[in-house]
Design a protein around this ligand. Sequence first.
Ligand SMILES: Nc1ncnc2c1ncn2[C@@H]1O[C@H](COP(=O)(O)OP(=O)(O)OP(=O)(O)O)[C@@H](O)[C@H]1O
Ligand SMILES: [Mg+2]
Length: 394
Amino acid sequence: MSAETKKKIEVKNLTKLFGKNQKEALEMIADGASKEEVLEKTGCTIGVKDVSFAVSQGEVFVVMGLSGSGKSTLIRCINLLNKPTSGEIFIDGEDITKLDSRQLRQMRQTKLAMVFQHFGLFTHKTVMENVEYGLEVKGMSVEERKETARNNLLAVGLKGYEDSYPRQLSGGMQQRVGLARALATDPDILLMDEPFSALDPLIRRDMQQELLDIQSKLQKTIVFITHDINEAFKIGDRVAVMKDGVVEQIGTPEEILDSPASDYIKDFVQDVDRSKVLQAKDIMFRPSALISDTAGLKTAIREMETNGISSIFVLDKQRKLKGIATIDDAVAALDAKKTLAEILTQDYHTTTPDVYVRDLIPIARETKLPLAVLSDDGRLLGIIVRASVLSALV
Ligand SMILES: Nc1ncnc2c1ncn2[C@@H]1O[C@H](COP(=O)(O)OP(=O)(O)OP(=O)(O)O)[C@@H](O)[C@H]1O
Ligand SMILES: [Mg+2]
């Protein structure tokens, strides 16, 4: 993340306790007591303990952990459905724990929207009325809110279902209504508490993809909860792993995969299909040698020999790829008095940085030459050798 990325949400030393004797519980926590010890001695449950993190504008921040680890407690603190026991929560730099009830209502209506696991739709209202509801509360005119609701239903693929009731829809469709309702008020921040957990696996995968598509257009700031590590890694720019109310690790999926901070996280990571997490950009490297298309054959041969490689990528001045020269062709061409340009082969595969390693496997099997990773405008960003694709899988 760049230094100028704006912090949209910042949570500082957040603790949320449930039950009586909270003062005593806080003292025990300060002395390092565990969740069980605190519960046993004081009857007080630790929901979240001393959690700090920041989420940037446009980021998808996933909170993952087993049941009871504090995920819902945490996300419900961000819109103050849970009142923090101690700590601060900043949204756009403003500490929301200090807002009065009018300011809080205003913030909930304009900046935040929540999507729930069990959809949380009004069963006696139609799909359209469900999506309109938040707009009505906001005081939008009938005309405008109908138009807005219709557009949002269209965006989640529910055109034609405006007058249906939630019970007439499948689970996946009901959650699309939940998503349309959340997006309709055009909030900066979407809070999503296990939104896809109640869906069966194929529908779930569609919804994940759809969320990513919507996000690439809308660039909301999203806090997304799941207990499924594959979902966490697919959706999250960064992931926080919680256990017993504490955040055990925060990092990008790659960072967590490569260096899990505890055995608890290692257990999660074991279930991950690495080929679905790692992308071309994660396994590409800078080629040890490259040459310009204006260079001669002798230079090409020397570069390959010094670097111990059997082929070399040839670039023009804009770093655009002109072709590959192999050592065998280059040596033969030298005898036949040909030029470098005459022996360039176009018989290599290219990919882009965001392609998943899983999708590179068939290509890697098929070719002996390295894969070229190209930017949208055709510049060479890095190369991937066959062994990197296959070793990424273990
Ligand atoms: N309203 C409440 N009153 C008392 N204890 C609560 C309350 N809400 C949550 N807790 C406790 O706080 C802890 C964290 O619960 P939370 O619901 O945040 O977990 P979670 O990670 O969301 O779990 P799940 O995956 O099952 O949804 C648990 O020990 C839970 O029993
Ligand atoms: Mg929960």
